[in-house]
Design a protein. Structure first.
Length: 142
């Protein structure tokens, strides 16, 4: 049976010899070079380890789908249809943007806690209208 050659390749090419000679000349002129840690064998590291794939965000997925030529009946992120949510829509505080648990009956402004309610009580009518207009709920007073 023929013998298999060893897995290590011998570097006897003229280019390799020239590089080795230039390294020797550099070391003689400049002194010892700094230690290059990337070339040293590390026995504690798994040589078969591969970093896990990073997950893509929705924007990247949609961009990748646009470049592919898919049949119309293949479901993608852009043509998926779903029914409306059965959960109630979240309401946010008009002043802070935090989730609003309460609504002021007099002004209609939503607020997060009693501290913000005290602030709402001090607002004038134009300021209240401005806050309501920011969420497209402004009432025109005559």
């Amino acid at each position: 049976a023929p013998k298999k050659s060893s897995s290590k390749k011998s570097n006897n090419s003229p280019i390799t010899k020239a590089k080795q000679q230039s390294n020797v000349v550099e070391e003689e002129l400049l002194g010892p070079s700094p230690l290059n840690l990337s070339t040293i064998h590390k026995p504690f590291k798994n040589s078969n380890y591969k970093t896990p794939k990073k997950s893509k965000n929705l924007k990247q997925i949609l961009a990748a789908e646009r470049t592919q030529e898919l049949a119309l009946d293949v479901p993608t992120y852009q043509n998926i249809e779903c029914p409306p949510s059965v959960l109630p829509q979240k309401k946010y505080c008009d002043v802070t943007g935090l989730e609003a648990k309460y609504t002021d009956p007099k002004t209609g402004l939503r607020y997060h806690n009693s501290e913000i309610y005290q602030f709402i009580r001090t607002l004038s009518v134009p300021n209240v209208q401005a806050y309501l207009a920011s969420r497209n709920a402004a009432v025109v007073l005559k």
